[in-house]
Design a protein around this ligand. Sequence first.
Ligand SMILES: *Cc1c(COP(=O)(O)O)cnc(C)c1O
Length: 366
Amino acid sequence: MIYVTKSSLPEFDEYAAEIRDIWESHRLTNMGPKYELLREKLGALLSAEQFELVSNGHMAIELALQALELEGEVITTPFTFASTTHAIVHCGLTPVFCDIDPADCTMDADKIEQLITPETAAILPVHVYGRICNIERIAQIAEKHHLKVIYDAAHAVGETYKGKGPGAYGDLSTFSFHATKVFSTCEGGGVSCSSAKIKERLYTLQNFGINMNAEVVDIGLNSKMSELHAAMGLCNLRHLGEMIEARKKRVELYQENLKDCPGIEMLQEQEHVVSNYAYFPIFVHKEEIGMDRDQVCALLYEKGFFARKYFYPLTSEFPCYQGKFPIQETPVAHERSVQVMTLPLYPDLEEENIMEICRILRSLGK
Ligand SMILES: *Cc1c(COP(=O)(O)O)cnc(C)c1O
């Protein structure tokens, strides 16, 4: 069975060498030297002025919301992983769902202003599949209405937009280093920001509210990254360039073999973006091939390929949110969620498997 992804690991000996000094120092966690080194290196890669490492990408979003001390409504996208919406709700805020642009599946910036109310505190878009949001337009709207912007940049590690990493944009950006992401620390996450004061709050909040002077100044929690996780990150970071290059080759092979494939739509490349090739989503057009997305997924599964319905359903359609708050209509997001599937993609995915998947897709409706 070929799965949709496979976690990248360094050579065992490389990791063993990286953790040797942890065995000597017995320094396992609490912002140790591995954490500090990874924080510096990743912050630079992401073009973050300020950067904090945390235990995972979900906590990165919750901590970002807490650090800004927001109240009220947050305009966000329903076309995302559960985490984005859950984080907003866990923080006592109300998600307000904005529709997406079908061309790249990110928040449709032209539909934001009509959702702004006196309760609106922030905009929380997602660089979904590593597609960069309409950063300039969102910044303009936020400035005009005095709103904060937090990007869920979980998918965007290793990318640049106009020559800068995603950590340079928004008031804060949050990152995931989960095992299934392009860059992994097994479990891990980070938050970038430009304000030193916010960075200090993030540090304090993830450490029980204890600040650098050992005073408890915030009602914090525990979301620290351990030294073993940071060591995994230091190893994987050395290979990130090669990994993205290998993904790129595979994406290009898909693109070459699926162009002009009836019923299968791919997303276009974005201007000014150097991609990390995190995912390879396709959209199934039933009217052209007489098969819907679920049927195409099932057919691939029969042949040993596990594609994922990512993102389906919309987070606003989850059973846990029924009746919880008014849910805005987002017809474009709904349609995309019914068409979409992501195909297997990882750095050592065999070329032959990609060719076979493309052969199957090209034979649909014939
Ligand atoms: C993976 C992911 C998260 C959560 O990250 P974890 O590290 O798994 O907690 C949040 N948002 C999006 C869009 C994600 O894909």
